[in-house]
Design a protein around this ligand. Structure first.
Ligand code: ATP
Length: 324
């Protein structure tokens, strides 16, 4: 057991739906465990600048359903320097804060790892990113909501594609990961999905488009933003191959980040937030709380950020089979 009495919580990197549910869980689980809880505004930048304030049960009321993050988030260059991290440590100690929960992605955990090594300061992380690109959890907070947002958008685009007999190339988020693309592709009946993890076989895609023309008047190709080609080049290549097709490009962009979190993201963030506080109280540090097969699991930051999240190749095969 640790002697922790005061903890801080912050959100960092890109915002993700469910971060507020995570903040709420950390604050209330902290109070439940007789801890004083502080919020940090604007991620690591706020830590460096001393934007630290006390939070109580009421300060997280009525936020579980809200997208974004009430603590705000930032990408901090200052925290990447040793001087910045020393300033952050001094600010934490000036409030006598002795542990922290950080909610973010791989960059956030890389920074947290350095901070622990340098200042011997206990930190537990919650995976908060729409990209699902962290090892040590089946799903990250925000991923399920983002996919459902993509599905809603693609379903609407399908109506137009169907009415005008069009081919739509739709670019979705995910950074270097094709996980958003592949799951939303299966869920929307996309004819093809292009992901950064695998080389694009253009011949096969063109053949599939041509073949599926017999059965369908609209075709949807989903392209992950991290794919080498990107939506623009893919749509140009389809136009070159099939000049008679009416091909349109839609880049979904930032609508994928916002919105009210799904049930899955709210429950995930709530469970992991409570687990993070209990872990700090139990003396754990330097780990990310995650959920594997519905069980809480802790993974060292250095393993969680190794980018070894495998994309299941069988999902691409399913898309091919079902796109007849
Ligand atoms: P997302 O997956 O949504 O982009 P993220 O946590 O990966 O989230 P980043 O912007 O990569 O987002 O990282 C968040 C912050 O973590 C950075 O702005 C920076 O302050 C800190 N950080 C990232 N890399 C390092 C590093 N190598 N050393 C110290 N701090 C870092």
């Amino acid at each position: 057991m640790s002697n922790i009495k005061k903890i801080a919580v912050l959100t960092s990197g890109g915002d993700a739906p469910g971060m507020n549910a995570g903040i709420r869980a950390v604050v209330r689980a902290g109070i439940f465990n007789n801890l004083e809880v502080f919020g940090v505004r604007r991620g690591y930048d706020g830590l460096v600048n001393g934007e630290i304030f006390p939070m109580d049960a009421k300060s997280v009321a009525n936020i579980i359903q809200r997208g974004g993050t009430i603590l705000k988030t930032a990408r901090s260059e200052a925290f990447k320097t040793i001087e910045g991290r020393k300033q952050a440590y001094d600010n934490l100690r000036s409030h006598e804060i002795d542990a922290m929960v950080v909610i973010g992605g791989d960059g956030t955990f890389t920074g947290a790892s350095k901070f622990i090594d340098e200042f011997d300061f206990p930190i537990i992380g919650l995976p908060g990113t729409i990209d699902n690109d962290l090892a040590g959890t089946d799903f990250t907070i925000g991923y399920d909501t983002a996919i459902n947002t993509v599905i809603q958008a693609v379903d609407k685009i399908r109506d137009t594609a169907e009415s005008h007999d069009r081919v739509f190339v739709i670019e979705v988020m995910g950074r270097d990961s094709g996980l958003i693309a592949i799951r939303s592709g299966i869920s929307t009946g996309a004819e093809a999905v292009l992901v950064p993890e695998f080389e694009v076989d253009y011949d096969a895609i063109m053949k599939r488009l041509d073949k599926s023309r017999k059965n369908k008047s609209s075709r949807i190709i989903i392209v992950a933003e991290g794919d080498k080609e990107g939506g623009m080049i893919v749509s140009e290549k389809i136009k070159e191959n099939f000049p008679h097709y009416d091909v349109r490009l839609s880049i979904l962009g930032h609508i994928q980040r916002g919105g009210s979190p799904t049930c899955m993201d709210r429950v995930l963030a709530s469970r992991l937030g409570v687990a993070a506080v209990e872990a700090l109280v139990a003396g754990r540090r330097g780990e990310m709380a995650g959920l594997i097969c519905s069980e809480i699991r802790f993974t060292p930051f250095k393993s969680a950020i190794k980018h070894n999240v495998k994309l299941n190749e069988d999902l691409l095969r399913i898309i091919e089979i079902l796109s007849l």
